[in-house]
Design a protein around this ligand. Sequence first.
Ligand code: HEC
Length: 212
Amino acid sequence: MKKAVISSILLLATSSFASTTMCFKESHSSMATIESIALDGGECAGKYSINDMKAKGWSVDDIKITQTPKGMSFIYILKSPDHAKIAPMVAGGAVAGGSISQEQMEANIMAKLEAKKVAEEKAKVEQEIKEAKIDAQGIYTNQCQNCHGAKGEVRKGNSKLKDLTIEQMEEALKDYKLGVGEKASSVYGPSHINFLNDKTIKGIKAYLDSIQ
Ligand code: HEC
């Protein structure tokens, strides 16, 4: 998707005398309202819609629409035929007269979209860990701590749960499930199989780490 957007933008190498700005809206669901909602980036700066921009004398030079999982993303290239009439509206925005190049604007927008995506993914992972921990805390206190101790501090077999790395924990629990090695004949097998999946094991590890 990134490539497609870049190539379409590069095709627009318009006259360097006209001022150009690039505004965008991510994950918008309706074509009907896109012209009247405030756009991000460039001279739109989260404040002005396409309609506002037209009223200020800008015209739409190109539109790039891409489908995303949450809706459509719109990138508008706007041009003012006579930039002298339009004073720079926003400090830090693309300044009329082309002191920020087309490539620079494009890079700025890409960086913004990318940063937003990264932040969203990070938030999602954090949320998953949080949920796994709650779920795992319940399982740990109900199903494990009698034997392993409230903080995983009781020695069982050769180790204390609190000292195991996530890899060691996963490996040991997998052995119960697969019936491998000394774990194969353990009478404790069921306690180690019944309540666990990959997410819970990670959650239990995170929970134990959080209470040490
Ligand atoms: C009835 C007591 C009991 C319960 C309940 C229990 N364990 Fe254990 N656990 C043991 C014993 C005893 C061992 C030592 C090895 C063996 O005999 O299987 C062990 C071993 C382990 C090991 C492997 C340690 C190693 O170094 O190989 C892990 C990991 C573990 N338990 C995690 C858990 C988790 C997570 C739970 C809760 C879902 C749990 N256990 C519930 C008694 C228990």
